[in-house]
Design a protein around this ligand. Structure first.
Ligand code: ATP
Ligand code: MG
Length: 237
């Protein structure tokens, strides 16, 4: 694994200005994540985990400081450039799956490629690779409501990886799943990480989820409270 940081968070502060009371979930945060790392981000509710993930995805901007990803200062991009950058470089997995209900599994997975104006033969090939990677080839023509929660999350994972982004962000990807489905989605993320070597940042409350990661970052009151190396490689096979 290369040790070049793909993610650089440089004295980042995020304040939400709401009527009456401002909220500052992140203050003067510094963090580097290396290319190809699998990081679990943990911390109590309200500690700023989702806020941080949104800054990494360019879904939101810091109030102060810099967010640099793969050499691009995303905190500086305008909205069009940001949308284009995000579609190319970031795959996002949400707790609630966020699939389009009227599209089949295959069509949901194809969406990021349609935004890239890729020729249809290339799209078909990439969608098939992603379907195979998450083990859902036999469910490709099903609508989300015809799939279990675990299967829907697998579709969401396939959609996140289909365009080959170097950064995968997941916000409590197992939060809605029962134990068995959660283990299966975690195993899938770990296997995909080992196969494709993307950088993966996963927010989670689940201590077992953290066992599959290479590093656990604890966030508390907007600060990183400690860094803990885990024994993921070789530890939880
Ligand atoms: N768009 C927003 N406007 C105003 N306040 C916000 C906004 N988004 C988040 N916050 C506030 O920022 C703080 C951190 O929220 P965040 O969603 O990042 O926490 P979290 O660590 O993801 O929590 P959880 O584990 O419950 O998902 C909270 O106090 C929240 O109310
Ligand atoms: Mg959250």
């Amino acid at each position: 694994m290369s040790t070049d940081p793909i993610i650089q968070i440089d004295t980042v502060t995020k304040t939400f200005f709401s009527k009456g009371e401002d909220v500052t979930p992140l203050s003067d945060l510094d963090l580097e994540i290396a290319q190809g790392e699998f990081v679990a981000l943990m911390g109590p509710s309200g500690s700023g985990k989702t806020t941080l993930l949104h800054l990494l995805a360019g879904i939101d901007k810091p109030t102060a400081g810099r967010v640099v990803i793969a050499g691009t200062e995303v905190s500086k991009l305008g909205s069009r450039a940001l949308a284009r950058w995000r579609n190319r470089h970031v795959g996002f997995v949400f707790q609630q799956y966020n699939l389009v209900p009227v599209l089949t599994a295959r069509e949901n997975i194809e969406l990021p490629l349609l935004l890239m104006r890729m020729p249809s033969a290339d799209r078909d090939r990439k969608v098939q690779v992603a379907l195979d990677a998450v083990g859902l080839t036999d469910r490709a023509e099903h609508l989300p409501r015809q799939l279990s929660g675990g299967q829907q999350q697998r579709v969401a994972v396939a959609r996140a990886i289909v365009a080959g982004p170097e950064l995968i962000l997941a916000d409590e990807p197992t939060g809605n799943l029962d134990e068995k489905a959660a283990q299966s989605v975690l195993g899938l993320l770990k296997a995909l990480h080992e196969r494709f070597h993307q950088t993966l940042v996963m927010v989670t409350h689940d201590p077992r989820a953290a066992e599959v990661a290479e590093r656990v970052i604890h966030l508390d009151k907007g600060r990183i409270t400690d860094l803990e190396e885990t024994m993921a490689h070789g530890g939880v096979e």
